[in-house]
Design a binder for this molecule. Structure first.
Ligand code: SF4
Length: 290
């Protein structure tokens, strides 16, 4: 691995006159012994899998637990009515994030980027961006390298797993990856990519992993929508000239510390937080037949 921090990636960009995504791709080429074209093609396949998961959403499907399904369709209808306050682009981002996370809950095929629980964040932003701007799949694949680089640094310096670091590590990381990716798409600098990742991740520090019934459904699905929104707003803040007061690497280190200090009951054990609320217990109680 040629980098161990986001600061190092920025330094390589400067020294070698490369874009952020190119540094990450070069590393992939080195690690997997593939050509730059092969590396890009493989990432493109990943994006195509995201597109196909987005297209395959089935509003009639319900999860085995019956805790989820159909909410994405409700949100699409609301966006199409034009009544939603979040506007057309953000409305589509929210709808797609919910649909993708529901597809995961209903055992559909998704791309776990960075995890299955947070699978809706990156594609919701990227597919909606492509629809809005008309960029081709190749450009989307390039953007995914930027997201991957941020995720790689987080996994090295902290964790991407809810069981290890709480939901901040899953949903927070997905938000950071999507924020940096969107800044790349908007033509931002490597430093701006890092600032957006920092701003997005800061919004989720301390977030517990407390899934109802131990299932990746409640609150996971709606958190995907929140993270996708946070990514877009972090990108817009940065592109407006706002900087992160705390550098991204330090935010990741803070997340790692918080994750270590977080009690086990908030690390995917379903023994604390939302998982033990009265409604959660009622909804997941085994049904008995008389
Ligand atoms: S609550 Fe836990 S299982 Fe659900 S998305 Fe967050 S980290 Fe994943």
């Amino acid at each position: 691995m040629s980098y161990h921090s986001l600061k190092e990636i920025c330094k390589i960009c400067k020294n070698e006159d490369k874009e952020f995504w190119e540094v990450i791709r070069a590393d992939d080429c080195c690690e997997r012994q593939v050509s730059p074209d092969e590396s890009l093609q493989d990432m493109n396949k990943m994006y195509e899998a995201m597109l196909s998961a987005d297209a395959s959403y089935d509003k009639k499907k319900r999860s085995a637990s019956r805790l989820s399904g159909g909410d994405g369709a409700l949100f699409w209808e609301y966006v199409e009515s034009g009544m939603n306050l979040s506007g057309s682009f953000m409305g589509k981002v929210i709808a797609r994030a919910v649909c993708m996370a529901e597809t995961n809950a209903c055992m559909g095929r998704i791309v776990a980027a960075p995890t299955a629980g947070s699978c809706g964040v990156i594609p919701a932003v990227l597919i909606s961006y492509q629809e809005k701007t008309g960029i081709d799949n190749k450009k989307c694949a390039m953007a995914l390298f930027t997201a991957a680089g941020i995720g790689e640094v987080i996994s090295q310096k902290a964790s991407l797993s809810g069981a290890a670091g709480g939901c901040q590590a899953e949903i927070g990381s997905a938000a950071a990856m999507a924020a940096g990716m969107t800044v790349h798409l908007q033509g931002g600098t490597p430093q701006q990519i890092c600032d957006a990742a920092a701003i997005a991740l800061k919004s989720f520090l301390g977030l517990t992993c407390d899934p109802v019934g131990g299932l990746v459904e409640v609150p996971c699905i709606k958190r995907n929508a929140a993270a996708a929104e946070a990514a877009v707003s972090a990108c817009d803040m940065v592109m407006a000239g706002i900087k992160s007061a705390i550098p991204a690497d330090e935010v990741i280190e803070a997340m790692n510390e918080i994750g270590h200090d977080m009690p086990e009951k908030y690390k995917e054990t379903a023994q604390g937080g939302l998982a033990v609320t009265e409604s959660a217990v009622r909804k997941t109680r085994p049904r008995t037949r008389i």
